[in-house]
Design a protein around this ligand. Sequence first.
Ligand SMILES: NC(=O)c1ccc[n+]([C@@H]2O[C@H](COP(=O)([O-])OP(=O)(O)OC[C@H]3O[C@@H](n4cnc5c(N)ncnc54)[C@H](OP(=O)(O)O)[C@@H]3O)[C@@H](O)[C@H]2O)c1
Length: 398
Amino acid sequence: MKAMIIGCGGVASVAVHKCCQNSKVFRELVIASRTKSKCDVLADKLKDSKTKIYTEQVDADRLDELVALINKHKPQIVMHLALPYQNLTIMEACLRTKTHYLDTANYEHPDTAKFEYKEQWAYHDRYKQAGIMALLGSGFDPGVTSVFAAYAQKHHFDEIHEIDILDCNGGDHGYPFATNFNPEINIREVSAKGRYWENGKWIETEPMAIKREYDFEGVGKKDMYLLYHEELESLAKYIKGVKRIRFFMTFGQSYLTHLKCLENVGMTSITPIKFQGQEIIPLQFLKAVLPDPSSLGPRTKGKTNIGCIFKGIKDGKPKTYYLYNICDHQECYQEVGSQAVSYTTGVPAMIGAMLILKGIWKGEGVFNMEQLDPDPFMDALNKWGLPWKENFDPVLVD
Ligand SMILES: NC(=O)c1ccc[n+]([C@@H]2O[C@H](COP(=O)([O-])OP(=O)(O)OC[C@H]3O[C@@H](n4cnc5c(N)ncnc54)[C@H](OP(=O)(O)O)[C@@H]3O)[C@@H](O)[C@H]2O)c1
């Protein structure tokens, strides 16, 4: 079977390695990105793999280029691992060429730091008519967190009332300030207002206004902050009866102090400014001076711990349940040459595509991860490098 990966950054690099490890399914792979030389370097690293790799240049903001490229290679699935600005053009190209679609982050408009599923869900009927499947958010969060929720719902609860998603990165790269994935997307996410779901409505908070401390297995005690995150929207829709869903992410003090300072001087703004006769976007300029996330791999030590704590009812009794994965930055680097943040996203991207290609996850239309049977995905996580753990008596977040 043949897959096409669009983008050749941190996440795509892991997904390409993992597809090559799984060459029985991924017999052929097209890597297409804005900068073709990056695809060529990656293909060269993996030239001994049984997967046959082709490389291409594409501007995924251009529908005509995408359609021509998909028609040229005729992959069964397009895995969109570029940036969230390209979701709609790539979804449209998949629709026109009747090709399955997968991504790891929901659509973001380049001019407004706001993400929601509305525009992508609007493709449902057209994908259904075309007989193809779009799988949205097949990374870790979103992605595995939604699979965890579906698994908890299927095997452990009659009703889930509360979900707390805890995303801890205990990795240290030694820089005073750097982001572990695309800096522009990362900074837009953390400088936006916080939001969580409670009793049928969204509660908005100032950025980083809600702080908790949690003792993470494999990492230790960390401060974490409530953020809005896209799976809150799909979980609120698909986990019936859920009353509260929150998302927390850990940040170190140095990261927050630098971010505040950059914000205060206007460097995180996405409003264009004139600079020496040219129009530039401060946040994109900042991205250009920050370390490239893909260069952090060899320097990053420590672990990530990402998971969900569920509270609800089973057989008439209250129940709590914590599902999580611990991933070691250095082990990831040794295996695929990337740190754990890219690894924890690239592995689920490969698994989602594998389940579609093998016909294990089937559907016509647009799907979020929690709508599908979690069991084959949970088995694949154990097999492909992200084993999960469970705790039936976790410390809860107040
Ligand atoms: N769900 C999760 O758990 C999770 C976690 C982390 C990240 N993500 C998502 O994963 C995606 C990739 O993140 P990353 O850290 O790998 O980012 P990255 O390292 O910045 O890589 C992005 C890649 O996309 C390419 N690209 C950008 N615009 C393009 C265009 N118009 N046409 C073709 N290619 C284009 C870039 O090309 P150049 O090489 O030319 O710059 C680069 O190769 C993002 O959408 C991010 O939000 C999801």
